[in-house]
Ligand binder design. Structure first.
Ligand SMILES: NC(=O)C1=CN([C@@H]2O[C@H](COP(=O)(O)OP(=O)(O)OC[C@H]3O[C@@H](n4cnc5c(N)ncnc54)[C@H](OP(=O)(O)O)[C@@H]3O)[C@@H](O)[C@H]2O)C=CC1
Ligand SMILES: O=C1OC[C@@H](O)[C@H](O)[C@H]1O
Length: 394
C-alpha cells in the first residue's frame, strides 16, 4: 500500500533534473509540439522533467493565445499560432523533434510535413488512418534518416515486457488464445470529442482498440492471418456517426492456431446511468499448460498485477514497475517516461531498451482496417494530403 502512494507521489512530483547545456555532447533535443492537446502534459511535459536531454522548446496551436497560455502553463519556451503556426514551428531550425498528438486523421499530413522539414517525430497512436499512409511515413523517414515512433507507450514499461518474457520462456507452453479488453466509461469522451468524428479518424477501434490490436500481435509474437468475425456499434444513430464505432468485438485467427479476441468500448454504460464501471484493462493469455493475465497493461505504472497460473502448479502474482538488472528506470516512471527514454536513445544514436519497428506499425493499421472491413464500418478516410518532395498539395 505504501508503495502505491510512493509511486503516486513521484508520478505527480517527479524529481526534476535540469536540461543539459546546448554545448554538451550529445546536445539536448528541442521538442516542438503540434497542438495544445490534452494528452501532452502526461505524455511529453511530465516525462521531460526527468530527462536531461529533452527541452520543451515550442508549442503551436491554431489559436495564438491558446498556444501562449499552454506554453506558459507547461514551460515551453516559444509559442506559434495562427493558420501557419504548425508549419512555422516545423520550419524553426532550432526544433529537432516534433511531437504529433493531433487528431488521428491529421497524423499523416503533419508527420509527412515534419519529416520533410528534417525533424524526427514522436507520433501519437494510432499512427495514421490507413496502412498505406503508415508505409509512406516510414519510407520517407528512412530516406531522410529520421526516427518516427508510434507512441504505444505501454510497450516500453517493464510490466507488459514481463508478461511477454514469461510467454517466451514457454513455462506455460504454447499460446492457444489471447483475449484483450479496454473500456472507458461513457462521458470520458464528450460529444464533441475528436474520437467521435469520422473525418478526424475517430472510433473505438482506432482509439482503445488500436492498443488491443497492438498487444495482440506483440503477445502472439506473430501477425494474425484473418479476421474471423467482427461487429461494432455506432456512437449514435445520427448520420455523421454511422461509421463511428463506440465499441467493437473481433475474433482474429493466426496461422499457428492462436485465436485472438478483442473488445474495446469507449462509451461503457454507467450503473444506474451514474456510477462508472471499473474499466476493463486486461490481457489474458491461455496456453497449453496454464494461463497468464495482466490487469492494467495500459497504464501499469500506477498499479497492476500479473497472475501466472500453471495448470498443475501453484498460481503466483508478479509486479514489474522497473527492470531487473541494468536497464534504466524507476518504480515511479510512467509508461510515457520509459517511452521517452527509448525515443531519445534512438534519436541520439544509442540502443533503446526496446523499440517498435516500422513494419509493426504498418501491420497494426492493416489489422485495424481489416476489422473495420469485416464489421462493415470501413477504413477511416485516407488523408487528402499528397506529398511531393519539392512542394505540397492538398
Ligand atoms: N498515448 C496516449 O496515452 C494517448 C494518446 N492519445 C492520442 O493523442 C491524440 C490527441 O488526443 P487528445 O489529446 O485527446 O486530443 P485533443 O482533442 O485534446 O487534442 C487534439 C489537438 O489537435 C488539434 N487540432 C488540429 N486540428 C483539429 C481539428 N480539426 N479538430 C480538433 N482538433 C484539432 C488541436 O490543437 P490546437 O491546440 O492547435 O487547437 C488539439 O489541441 C490522438 O491521436 C489520440 O489517439 C490521446 C490520449 C492518450
Ligand atoms: O490513448 C488512449 O489511451 C486511453 C484511452 O482511454 C484514450 O481514449 C486513448 O486516446
Amino acid at each position: 500500500m505504501l508503495d502505491f502512494f510512493f509511486r503516486l507521489y513521484y508520478i505527480s512530483n517527479p524529481p526534476k533534473v535540469a536540461a543539459q547545456s546546448a554545448s554538451s555532447n550529445p546536445k539536448p533535443l528541442k521538442f516542438g509540439c503540434l497542438g495544445a492537446a490534452k494528452i501532452t502534459p502526461g505524455a511529453l511535459v511530465n516525462p521531460s522533467h526527468t530527462h536531461p536531454e529533452v527541452v520543451l522548446y515550442a508549442v503551436a496551436a491554431r489559436d495564438k493565445a491558446r498556444a501562449e497560455e499552454f506554453a506558459t502553463k507547461h514551460g515551453f519556451q516559444k509559442a506559434y499560432g495562427g493558420s501557419m503556426g504548425y508549419q512555422e514551428m516545423i520550419n524553426d531550425p532550432e526544433v529537432d523533434v516534433i511531437y504529433n498528438p493531433l487528431p488521428n486523421g491529421l497524423h499523416f499530413e503533419w508527420t509527412m510535413k515534419a519529416l520533410k522539414g528534417g525533424k524526427h517525430v514522436l507520433l501519437e497512436k494510432p499512427a495514421t488512418d490507413t496502412a498505406n499512409e503508415a508505409a509512406q511515413i516510414y519510407a520517407l523517414a528512412e530516406r531522410k534518416g529520421l526516427v518516427v515512433l508510434e507512441a504505444f507507450h505501454y510497450r516500453f514499461h517493464p510490466a507488459i515486457q514481463r508478461v511477454k518474457a514469461i510467454l517466451d520462456s514457454k513455462e506455460l507452453g504454447a499460446i492457444t488464445n489471447i483475449s484483450i479488453s479496454l473500456t472507458a466509461p461513457s462521458g470520458t469522451a464528450k460529444d464533441d470529442d475528436i474520437r467521435w468524428k469520422y473525418e478526424l479518424g475517430g472510433g473505438s477501434t482506432m482509439d482503445p482498440g488500436s492498443y488491443t490490436v497492438n498487444a495482440l500481435h506483440y503477445l502472439a509474437s506473430s501477425n494474425p492471418s484473418s479476421v474471423m468475425k467482427a461487429s461494432a456499434v455506432p456512437y449514435s444513430s445520427a448520420p455523421e456517426h454511422k461509421k463511428v464505432d463506440q465499441r467493437f468485438t473481433a475474433t482474429l485467427a493466426f496461422e499457428n492456431n492462436i485465436v485472438g479476441e478483442l473488445y474495446s468500448n469507449l462509451n461503457e454504460s454507467r450503473i444506474f446511468g451514474i456510477i462508472p464501471r471499473i474499466p476493463k484493462l486486461t490481457a489474458t493469455v491461455q496456453c497449453e499448460s496454464g494461463y497468464i493475465e495482466i490487469f492494467n497493461f495500459l497504464i501499469p505504472s500506477y498499479y497492476h498485477y500479473i497472475t501466472v497460473a500453471p495448470s498443475g502448479g501453484p498460481r503466483r502474482t508478479e509486479k514489474a514497475y522497473s527492470f531487473k538488472g541494468s536497464a534504466k528506470g524507476e518504480d515511479w516512471w510512467t509508461t510515457y517516461r520509459y517511452q521517452m527514454e527509448a525515443f531519445v536513445d534512438k534519436v541520439q544514436g544509442r540502443t533503446p531498451q526496446t523499440w517498435l519497428e516500422p513494419q509493426e506499425t504498418i501491420e497494426n493499421m492493416k489489422w485495424i482496417e481489416a476489422i473495420y472491413d469485416k464489421d462493415g464500418f470501413g477504413s477511416r478516410p485516407h488523408s487528402t494530403y499528397v506529398f511531393h518532395d519539392d512542394k505540397d498539395t492538398k
